[in-house]
Design a protein around this ligand. Structure first.
Ligand SMILES: NC(=O)c1ccc[n+]([C@@H]2O[C@H](COP(=O)([O-])OP(=O)(O)OC[C@H]3O[C@@H](n4cnc5c(N)ncnc54)[C@H](O)[C@@H]3O)[C@@H](O)[C@H]2O)c1
Length: 370
């Protein structure tokens, strides 16, 4: 197969869909690889490393789109890329089609085969290509929260670890899933006083076992949430109800319970946020104040640590990508239910139920079209 990887053009997106090691792996499987010049530079992978791995370097993205059987990316295609696809071409990337009607319609019109990282699913319901980004966002939430707690960045001037004789900072994490666990790990490692709230009793028991008493677990209900945020220096929003908008666990009127210049990092912003006053921000301008509480609500947090994120993402996408390249999209879907779950659009058909219903489109089960 001819495989192409283009430079990401979304604002402040520095990740790249393929590392030089990935390029070498595709080559070793007998495929040809073309990388757009400079595609990996911002993540610390210069063109020379791709060349050494056997990839061709091409300056013109249009040429790569035109000549590749499969395009490997990170973010969903941007509007200027919509006309560059051709019928039957495989697009392997994050797509996030449910909230994006124009993109869904453009990809259907282009009759491509769109396999989305975020809907690939293991038998236990977990999302292998989303997990590494949640791990990163969870860890980064504490790093960013600690920074914005510094007074010059707008925070209340609290060091999360405290020092001998001075109390530790209080971190409250709403949701103990992948983001929440990773946030807790870093916060506890820094020596903060950490509380996690979740509605899942098994999850709370697991967290209690793993952290051996270093992290306080609490049932998530309104009374506990209110009591915790009133004490918190840093609140991390990490709730997810799959396929649904995040519930507003902290409402606007609750902000007045919080300490002046405390910080909220609402990682769940991509699902609407679990804080009512959340709205999406960018790495350009990540924070804003509501009722004297600092809000950090960047929707693509992992983009800030492009190198780590690229290595983490490609660590999971490579093996599925190799299967798609080796067998072709149809046979790969038939061989792997995980890849089949990733199929969102197939040659003009919408093959993902939630995407079809989000845009009033006819849903065509993947099994029927391939
Ligand atoms: N902003 C970013 O850059 C970024 C990056 C990665 C992930 N995310 C988002 O972070 C969110 C969390 O992702 P995840 O991978 O940790 O999900 P997850 O499914 O692993 O965890 C979600 C947790 O929320 C809990 N939960 C559900 N309702 C709750 C409630 N009312 N109170 C408390 N807990 C509740 C669930 O029991 C579960 O343990 C998602 O919205 C995800 O899309 C954002």
């Amino acid at each position: 197969m001819k495989i192409g990887c283009v430079k990401e053009i979304k604002r402040h997106e520095y990740r790249v869909g393929m590392t030089p090691d990935c390029a070498a792996a595709y080559k070793a499987h007998g495929h040809s690889v073309t990388i757009q010049a400079g595609a990996g530079t911002e993540a610390g992978f210069p063109d020379e490393q791709y060349k050494a791995a056997g990839a061709a370097i091409e300056a013109d993205a249009k040429k790569i789109f035109a000549e590749s059987d499969m395009i490997i990316k990170v973010k969903e295609p941007q509007e200027s890329e919509f006309p560059l696809f051709h019928e039957g071409q495989i697009l392997y990337t994050y797509l996030h089609l449910a909230p994006d009607e124009p993109q869904t319609k453009a990809l259907l019109k282009a009759k491509i085969i769109g396999i989305a990282y975020e809907t690939m699913q293991l038998a236990d319901g977990t999302l292998p290509c989303l997990k590494p980004m949640s791990e990163i966002a969870g860890r980064l939430a504490i790093q960013e929260g600690a920074k914005y707690l510094e007074r010059p960045f707008g925070g209340r001037g609290v060091l999360l670890s405290g020092v001998p004789g001075v109390p530790r900072g209080k971190v409250v994490i709403l949701g103990g899933g992948v983001v929440g666990m990773n946030a807790a790990k870093i916060a506890a490692g820094m020596g903060a006083d950490v509380t996690i709230l979740d509605i899942n009793a098994n999850r709370l028991a697991y967290i209690d076992d793993i952290f051996g008493g270093k992290v306080q677990t609490l049932y998530s209900n309104e009374a506990n949430v209110k009591a915790c945020i009133a004490e918190a220096d840093l609140v991390v929003g990490a709730v997810l109800i799959p396929g649904a908008k995040a519930p507003h666990l902290v409402r606007k009127e609750h902000l007045k319970l919080m300490k002046k210049h405390s910080v909220i990092v609402d990682v769940a912003v991509d699902q609407g946020g679990c804080i009512e006053t959340t709205h999406a921000t960018t790495h350009d301008n990540p924070v804003y104040l509501v009722d004297d509480v600092v809000h950090y609500c960047v929707a693509n947090m992992p983009g800030a640590v492009a190198r780590t994120s690229t290595l983490a993402l490609t660590g999971t996408t490579l093996n599925y990508g190799l299967m798609i390249a080796d067998k072709g999209a149809e046979a790969a879907c038939k061989a792997s239910p995980i890849i089949m779950k990733g199929l969102n659009v197939y040659k003009g058909h919408c093959t993902y139920k939630d995407v079809a219903s989000a845009h009033g489109l006819e849903y065509m089960p993947a099994e029927k079209v391939i």
